[in-house]
Design a protein around this ligand. Sequence first.
Ligand code: ADP
Ligand code: MG
Length: 282
Amino acid sequence: MTEAPALYPAPGVDPPITSEGHESIELQHVTKRFGKVTALDDVSVSFVPRKVNVLLGLSGSGKSTLLRHVNGLHRPTDGTVTTLGTPVHSASERTLRRLRGRVGMIFQHFHLVGSMSVLENVCTGRLGSLRGPRIGLFSYPRAVREDAMEQLVRVGLADKAFQRADTLSGGQQQRVAIARALIQDPAVLLADEPVASLDPVSSAGVIELLTSISEERDLTIVCSLHQVEIALDFAHRIVGLRSGQVVLDRTAAEMTREDAYGIYSAVAAPVAVDDRSWRSPR
Ligand code: ADP
Ligand code: MG
């Protein structure tokens, strides 16, 4: 008889963050309430390791809330979340900090420090693994600075390394944010609407970069988007969210445009019968 996996370690015992076979990201029956708002409603989903997984849904459908459960920025009101073998719902803050070292995140508005050089912004991606505060590029070990430069080469911005981050275009800033996430050598990258603030050309560049990095590094990407066309081009797998519920979950290859747009069009149906419960209560 094989032993059951130790998903629920004794209190105070830190489980391993990663080991062979612990690549999965899985939510089971996750409900998340913020006061009277139910942001996630009995969500069960698992993401495909080493592939691009897209969360598709309208604003307010629960995409950001779901992403923030994967690295423990939110804990479920009910249900379980397991990321890279770590039971996020019950993990200690210390365990979550270690987990976040393996889970990078990028955002719609990049979250760079505008007054800092591009290179130093990338170095800050390693703050979690360095002791003490760092002020100024040269407070980082040389190996970190060299690594940061390598990441900038990868995202095509080595020539901008010593410029202030706020002098770059939106697309370039998102590439810097990607470099900052990559310097952690993450197993998982969470991307919360990474192209929502970008023009179509910059969006395409960022999406192409994310796709090729996922392939090169065997990186699992979970990316929220609201644009169907980008999702169909970019995703290996699409999970549709509506009003905090999973309404569709299949590989992009098996999905038609109608299926994908159905995530949205079905939203309109309840209005016709005067059921507005899908609406955000705010
Ligand atoms: P999306 O990212 O798809 O736009 P969100 O996950 O941000 O959706 O939000 C889902 C629902 O949860 C919305 O109704 C939103 O107003 C609500 N919500 C999200 N975060 C919070 C919070 N911290 N406090 C209260 N309500 C929240
Ligand atoms: Mg969001």
